[in-house]
Every structure is written in structure tokens, then in C-alpha cells.
Design a protein around this ligand. Structure first.
Ligand SMILES: CC(C)(COP(=O)(O)OP(=O)(O)OC[C@H]1O[C@@H](n2cnc3c(N)ncnc32)[C@H](O)[C@@H]1OP(=O)(O)O)[C@@H](O)C(=O)NCCC(=O)NCCS
Length: 142
């Protein structure tokens, strides 16, 4: 398994397949092409099976330099192999170098345990994202 930087356009296929299946919301994110945004891809047997996007963006309840994780997904084929975990760990190493204080995300309810295993903590109340479902804001200290 290999984790490496990919482009925004490389993420679109898996975003559509995993995160936008039967969900009529955009798969292109504001900030995808910002100069300080980066995207990581997880490759298994040479195939891209995992994606994650890191966008410099502040969440008001946290104080310090922050990045938001968006578009976190692994394909059915790539799941349960530690690819999600490795992408987050690699991102944390990159964010450390950038002297970022926090990484946060809007976590789907069904992904909360995944983030908790990666030392993210819930902050604030749950909230509903129309067409997707219940979410929690979660963050980890870098
Ligand atoms: C959530 C998701 C990204 C996890 O990716 P993954 O590559 O399968 O995760 P990993 O294999 O790296 O798992 C790391 C750990 O988290 C656990 N884990 C993974 N997904 C989990 C889940 N949904 N609930 C509970 N635990 C989970 C694994 O068992 C593993 O635990 P371990 O370290 O004790 O063995 C993936 O299941 C996915 O794409 N889901 C659908 C889209 C989605 O919900 N994305 C998040 C949007 S906020």
C-alpha cells in the first residue's frame, strides 16, 4: 500500500462513487485548488482506492492554525486495510511541518468511531446535513 499526493481531479471518481452515491450534492469542493490545499491518495496494488483532502479553513470554536479534512473515503475494495488511517497519519506529519495546530472535520455519524480511533474528539452538538444525514464536528490536535 502506498500513500502519496494526488490532484483534486484525481479524487473526483471516488468522491462520486463513495460519497455522492445517490446524493445530489457537488463533488467539487470550494478550496480544492487553493495553493495550500493538498490531497492524499491511497493506492493498493497500484489502484487508487482511498482519498482525502486537506483545506486550510478555520472552525470558529478552535484557536490556532487549522486545516479541514474533507472528502475522506476508501472504496469498498480498499476498505479495512488501514488505508484511511495511513492517509490521516501522513497528513498529520505534513501538517506538523506546516506548524498547524488542529485538523477538524464534519464527520458522518457512521464514521465517528473511525475518527475516534484516530484520536479525533467530538466538539459541539450533532447537526443534520441535508441529503447526507447526522454529522458531528470532530478535531484532533496536531
Ligand atoms: C470511514 C472510512 C474512510 C474508513 O476507511 P478505511 O480505509 O476502511 O479505514 P482503516 O482501514 O484505515 O481503519 C482504521 C481503523 O478504524 C476502524 N474503522 C474503519 N472504519 C470504521 C467505521 N466506519 N466504524 C468504526 N471503526 C472503523 C478500523 O477497524 C481500524 O481499526 P483498527 O486500527 O483498530 O484496526 C471508509 O469506511 C469509508 O470510506 N466509508 C464511507 C465514506 C465515509 O463515511 N467517509 C467519511 C465521511 S465523514
Amino acid at each position: 500500500m502506498i500513500i502519496k499526493e494526488i490532484t483534486a481531479t484525481d479524487t473526483y471518481g471516488i468522491r462520486l462513487e463513495v460519497l455522492r452515491k445517490n446524493i445530489d450534492l457537488p463533488h467539487k469542493f470550494k478550496g480544492d485548488f487553493n495553493k495550500d490545499t493538498f490531497h492524499l491518495g491511497g493506492f493498493y496494488k497500484g489502484e487508487l482506492v482511498g482519498i482525502a483532502t486537506f483545506i486550510k479553513n478555520d472552525f470558529v470554536s478552535l484557536k490556532g492554525k487549522q486545516y479541514q479534512l474533507r472528502g475522506m473515503a476508501t472504496t469498498i475494495k480498499g476498505r479495512g486495510k488501514g488505508i484511511g488511517k495511513q492517509m490521516i497519519n501522513q497528513a498529520i506529519a505534513i501538517l506538523k511541518e506546516k506548524q498547524v495546530d488542529f485538523l477538524w472535520c464534519n464527520a458522518r455519524e457512521e464514521a465517528v468511531l473511525f475518527y475516534e480511533k484516530l484520536k479525533f474528539t467530538k466538539i459541539g452538538e450533532e447537526f443534520m446535513v441535508e441529503k447526507v444525514g447526522l454529522h458531528y464536528k470532530m478535531f484532533t490536535k496536531i
